[in-house]
Design a binder for this molecule. Sequence first.
Ligand code: MTE
Length: 315
Amino acid sequence: MLIRRPTDIAPSEITPPVVWQQRRALLRSAAALGLTGVASAVKAQPERKLDAKPGPYSTMERPTPLNFATSYCNFYEFGADKEDPARYAPKMLHPRPWAVQVDGEVRKARTFDIDELMKLAALEERIYRLRCVEAWSAVIPWVGFSLSELIKRVEPTGNAKFVEFTTLADPKQMPGLSAHILDWPYVEGLRLDEAMHPLTLLTFGMYGAVLPNQNGAPVRIVVPWKYGFKSAKSLVRIRLVEKQPLNSWQKSAPNEYGFYSNVNPNVDHPRWSQATERRLGEDGLFAKRRPTLMFNGYADQVASLYAGMDLKRYF
Ligand code: MTE
């Protein structure tokens, strides 16, 4: 038997009391909704295939096995445990009908029906790395198109400097909302040039099929050079704005999470190092942690966006 000493346990693995208290509240609200014992629901989801051509910028690394990518998730609206999204989202979240409002500093504000949005540009499959701030990473074949395709169509005004993403907050579909882990709805943001960068993907699917609910159905953002929390799931609004949005994690812990959140092995999280990572699916006893790459390995494409910026200050 392997006994782990306290010093072997990473700070990120320790469950703070506030989280287990919230977990109890979550179980109570799931029980009230008649949803206990739904672990098998993951398999029940229909898998709608998506027609996508291979897109640019894919990594040559081997994708993470699908079952790891869909069962170890962060989607706090469904609970704080990594298994909660797969336990609750498949049955509780309804990704159809769905609309995404695109407005703010634009000439052609519009609300898109999800099926119309998916047809706006050709779908591409891009194999990107996702690096979570908790030091795990995955390699996922995402399906979508560059967010710039959508932004161009709504015609930003000269005042548009940032893009704010707002995601669904519906207590009827999301049992985690009763636990006040964050100030809901979950909000994220990018600078306009980051949002227009061809790597920023408006994402509708993964592994050749529509997004599983727990991975952010029916539409999410994937920003592969930033920590995973920038990749907001289950979007309902994309607003172009003049001022830098206050993203949810920065609002909740400004000393730990910033606006930029570029993957940077040289800037530690205040409670743990960000220099290495553990790849999902490579969890064996002897699996080595990998060194984390600057901008998650996308430096050639994105470093110029931050020329002259102090990345320790703008973390
Ligand atoms: N989006 C919403 N709406 N709520 C969340 O809790 N978690 C973020 C991000 N998007 C989150 C979210 C975090 S912390 C990560 S690491 C990624 O989603 C995880 O995506 P995955 O579960 O599909 O791997």
